[in-house]
Ligand binder design. Structure first.
Ligand code: APR
Ligand code: PHB
Length: 394
């Protein structure tokens, strides 16, 4: 695909935000270019979360990329929470009227890539030194290098879909950004293993040795996490140590059901809560991880990105259809209202389930009392359920 010099929407980043946006805009006749620093193979190999709210599933349907998701996705009507030696189920469908779909972000990435390629989309992989200019003016400009050639593309709008470490947020004057951040004093060690899940639903475990999560990708593929120290090194965690630790933290029958198998992938990731507002600066919009990060405990990262994309693509469709600027002008405020509620929920789940180095026996007892409350009070369980399945997209 030859690179264009003019487009309506210049999209930086081909993660789920950038590709979803480009796909939805194309379906409404709006032209875009997507500039991605990494190769397609690299982007498709990244293993990320895998729990979709109904709003995200609906958006993927709207984008025309939900066929495989409907065939292969696992619909879950609740989760299990393990603490103090017992297992407790939160029934989302009964309490909040919906479930969630377990389908890896990696698969969504592949489905979106396939759809964009079939559509003849302009995606530049391995675009180097992307920079953005003049986004406070009427004709923003993006410069980049591709296969050794310096290129530029002028556009009406720029969508910064380039994740937490991207160039778009970094191009905004710090004086114009409000940053809110919390870094947690621990990490998650994640492992993918070809072994059947030990339960039909995800198990979130609170334990004095630290948090653990048993998740899955398919009936034969499990995704596991254990809380580790902030400075933890992957080389200290051979597979056997992870299985042993997981068994200790899950305890009881769940531990007995574990069938060990060699890891396919292992990663240590920090936990962070982060919001940068506003999410619009002139003709530049920040979308997804470029504007906000949540700790993975509530499984909200991808769903938040989807909610941003939905607001933005509709705003752009309205603008190009009739010159209506309401969506564009209200994008940041509407997106942030939802972002902050998901921030609250992700922070709350994280605080409820992890062992904090500074916690006293008093703090630990409060955690256990809250877990007891959440799993025994219908009101408290409903609050968890309605947040986990996802608050309304708008
Ligand atoms: N130039 C071009 N591309 C860039 C640049 C740059 N300077 N910097 C980053 N990128 C690309 C990254 O390589 C990545 O492919 O932007 C993309 C951003 O994708 P994500 O980090 O996946 O962010 P987003 O699309 O908003 O997805 C949000 O997916 O990444 C998860 O945890 C995240 O679940 C959340 C959701
Ligand atoms: C995952 O399957 O990777 C996953 C599931 C739930 C979470 C976080 C990660 O809260």
């Amino acid at each position: 695909m030859s690179a264009k010099e003019r487009t309506q929407v210049g999209i930086i980043g081909a993660g789920p935000s950038g590709l979803m946006l480009s796909q939805l805009l194309a379906r409404h006749g709006i032209d875009s270019i997507v500039l991605e620093r990494q190769s397609r193979a690299y982007v498709e190999a990244r293993i990320r979360a895998g729990v979709l709210e109904q709003g995200t599933v609906d958006l993927l349907e709207e984008a025309g990329v939900a066929d495989r998701l409907h065939r292969e996705g696992l619909v879950h009507d609740g989760i299990e929470i393990s603490f103090a030696g017992g297992m407790h189920r939160i029934d989302f469908r009964e309490l909040a009227g919906a479930g969630v779909t377990v389908y890896g972000q990696t698969e969504i990435q592949k489905d979106l890539n396939d759809a964009r390629v079939a559509d003849g989309a302009c995606i530049v992989w391995e675009a180097e030194d992307v920079s953005i200019e003049n986004f406070h003016g009427a004709q923003p400009l993006i410069r980049y290098r591709s296969e050794g050639v310096e290129r530029k593309v002028s556009c009406d709008f720029i969508a910064g879909c380039d994740g937490f470490h991207g160039v778009c947020r970094a191009s905004i004057s710090p004086a114009n950004l409000d940053i809110h951040e919390r870094v947690y004093p621990f990490t998650w060690l994640g492992m993918l293993a070809e072994t059947p899940p030990i339960s039909e639903e995800l198990i979130y475990a609170h334990h004095e040795r630290g948090f653990a999560l048993f998740s899955m990708r398919s009936p034969t593929l499990s995704r596991l996490y254990i809380q580790c120290d902030a400075d933890e090194k992957l080389e200290n965690w051979p597979d056997q140590r992870i299985w042993d630790e997981l068994r200790l933290r899950l305890g009881g029958e769940a531990a007995e059901r574990i069938q060990e198998s060699p890891s396919i992938e292992k990663v240590v990731a920090p936990l962070r809560s982060f919001v940068a507002g506003p999410m619009r600066h002139g003709q530049l919009f920040l979308v997804g991880d470029a504007a906000h990060i949540v700790p993975p405990t509530g499984a909200k990262g991808l769903n938040l990105a989807a909610a941003d994309v939905r607001l933005l693509y509709r705003a752009l469709v309205d603008f190009y259809a009739s010159g209506d600027k309401f969506g564009i002008e209200s994008y940041s405020e509407r997106a942030l209202r939802r972002v902050w509620k998901a921030q609250r929920f992700s922070w709350w789940m994280t605080t409820l389930l992890h062992r904090f180095p500074e916690h006293s026996s008093y703090d630990q007892s409060i955690q256990l009392a809250e877990l007891d409350y959440v799993t025994s009070s219908k009101a408290a369980a409903t609050s968890l359920a309605e947040n986990y399945i996802g608050l309304p997209f708008d």
